[in-house]
Design a protein around this ligand. Structure first.
Ligand SMILES: O=C(O)CCC(=O)C(=O)O
Length: 236
């Protein structure tokens, strides 16, 4: 679980659900969330894009609290996934829990940007998501707001440039994000095996020579994730 960066940096005081920012990997540890990631309503459109064999990657809740919820800078998810998996494409699903609009920090996308290659991503200063990098060449004036009702889903190619804005409203803006990759994708070998994100089976066949391990059942919640918001861990 991540804490809101303004709370973490002592710039505002908030507690409980108002101090939260993200909850990571819920589908790896809680069976109801794993079932949701496998829901054909979410995955049927992805089969059209990635084929019948699907694995689930990062899965998280983003929690923008009223007035203090922070936006995300322009980025392409592939910039992050490139370091972990050899693949042309992953697909992200973004599901609104609350109505998402310009006032409470909805997504913005640059239409057609998924065809333009991967931009440089640079470090970002300030309280905005410090773990996030920014694609500085992305142009704000090309961004289109994606306002979504609760339960509405956005499916997006991992090269699509997207960002979101801060929550200026008195309402929450929460969503669930789930990323999918083809079962035929290969893992990039990494040294720190301990910090590997678990990869979950979603549907179809798996290829153990390319991706290992792939989990079919939820895992025990690691100690590092078992902290409360007041002592929120920055584990990702
Ligand atoms: O939900 C948001 O505000 C941004 C989410 C996002 O950019 C992402 O998950 O890559």
């Amino acid at each position: 679980m991540n804490q809101n960066a303004l709370v973490r940096d002592g710039k505002v005081e908030a507690s409980g659900i108002h101090a939260m920012h993200k909850i990571h990997h819920v589908s790896c540890y809680i069976s109801e969330f794993l079932a949701r990631v496998r829901d054909p309503k979410l995955t049927d459109p992805i089969v059209d894009l990635l084929g019948p064999n699907l694995l689930g990657l990062n899965n998280l809740y983003i929690w923008k609290s009223p007035k203090i919820g922070l936006g995300f800078p322009w980025h392409q998810d592939k910039w992050y996934f490139n370091h972990q998996y050899k693949t042309e494409m992953t697909v992200g699903t973004w599901t609104a829990i609350d109505p998402a609009d310009k006032e409470n920090g909805c997504l913005y996308v640059i239409p057609g940007s998924h065809k333009g290659g991967i931009l440089e991503h640079e470090d970002l200063e300030g309280s905005q998501q410090s773990e996030f990098k920014i694609a500085r060449e992305a142009r704000d004036e090309e961004g289109v707001a994606v306002e979504v009702p609760p339960g509405g889903v956005v499916w997006f190619n991992n090269q699509l440039l997207h960002k979101s804005t801060d929550n200026h409203s008195l309402r929450f803006r929460r969503c669930n994000v789930a990323h999918y990759i083809s079962g035929k994708a290969e893992r990039v070998p990494i040294k720190n095996v301990k910090n590997r994100r678990p990869v979950m089976w979603v549907r179809g066949d798996t290829y153990s020579e390319k991706m290992e391990p792939v989990y079919r059942d939820v895992l025990p919640i690691p100690k590092m994730y078992r902290q409360t918001v007041s002592g929120a861990s920055d584990a990702q």
